[in-house]
Design a protein around this ligand. Structure first.
Ligand SMILES: [Zn+2]
Length: 200
C-alpha cells in the first residue's frame, strides 16, 4: 500500500509521464501551432502540479524492512518497480526509486557547483536486465560483477553506478553519505547504494 508521500510522488510521476507522452503525440501531428499550444499547456500544467505539490518528506521517515528496503518497494518486488514509483535523475535517461532519484539529482548538482563531475552509467535495473547481466558479467559470488537476479539493489531502484574520476571518487567518499549514498560493495567503487534509513 502506498503511503501519502509516495502516493503523491507516484501521482506526480504519472502526471509527468502523461504530459510528456501528450507533448510527444501533439508534436508528432506536425501542426506547429497545435504543438506549441500543447507544449505551453503541458508546461503550465506541470508547473501547476509542482507548485501545488506538498514538499517531499525526508526519506528517513519512510518505513524500511529488515533489509533496509522501503516497505512500499518490497511489496512490488525486486526488478518489478512500476514507472510511477520511479523518478528520473536530472536530465539523464536514468531512473531510480523516486526519493533516491531526487537525492541523486541534488547531489550531482551540488557536486557540479563545486567543480566535480559525476556521471551515471547504470541505475534501476528491471529483473530481465539483471538476468542478462549475469550472462554477460558473471555472478558476483563467483568472482563476477552481477548480483543474483532478484537480489540486486539496482532492482529496487536504490543503487546507481557512477562514472567517477579520482577527484569525484574522493568527493563521493567525503559527501555521498549526506545524500544517503554509500559505497557498500567491495571491488565496485562505482556502485553507490541509497540508504534512506541513514539520512538524518
Ligand atoms: Zn552497481
Amino acid at each position: 500500500m502506498l503511503n501519502g508521500i509516495t502516493g503523491i510522488t507516484a501521482r506526480i510521476n504519472d502526471i509527468e509521464h502523461r504530459i510528456s507522452s501528450m507533448t510527444q503525440q501533439t508534436a508528432a501531428r506536425s501542426a506547429t501551432a497545435v504543438a506549441k499550444s500543447g507544449q505551453a499547456f503541458a508546461s503550465a500544467l506541470a508547473s501547476a502540479v509542482h507548485g501545488s505539490a506538498a514538499p517531499a518528506a525526508p526519506a528517513s521517515k519512510m518505513k524500511v524492512n529488515a533489509q533496509g528496503i522501503p516497505e512500499d518497494l518490497a511489496a512490488y518486488g525486486n526488478g518489478k518497480i512500476p514507472p510511477t514509483a520511479l523518478g528520473k535523475v536530472g536530465d539523464t535517461r536514468h531512473k531510480l526509486w523516486a526519493p533516491a532519484a531526487e537525492k541523486l539529482t541534488q547531489m550531482m548538482a551540488d557536486a557540479k557547483a563545486q567543480g566535480v563531475h559525476i556521471g551515471i552509467t547504470d541505475s534501476y535495473r528491471p529483473y530481465e536486465e539483471q538476468v542478462d547481466l549475469v550472462r554477460r558479467k558473471g555472478l558476483y559470488s563467483q568472482g563476477g560483477l552481477a548480483a543474483k537476479p532478484g537480489t540486486s539493489d539496482h532492482g529496487w531502484g536504490m543503487a546507481t553506478d557512477l562514472d567517477l574520476n579520482a577527484k569525484a571518487q574522493a568527493w563521493m567518499r567525503a559527501n555521498g553519505a549526506k545524500y544517503g549514498f554509500e559505497e557498500d560493495t567491495p571491488r565496485e567503487p562505482w556502485h553507490w547504494a541509497f540508504k534512506p534509513e541513514k539520512l538524518s
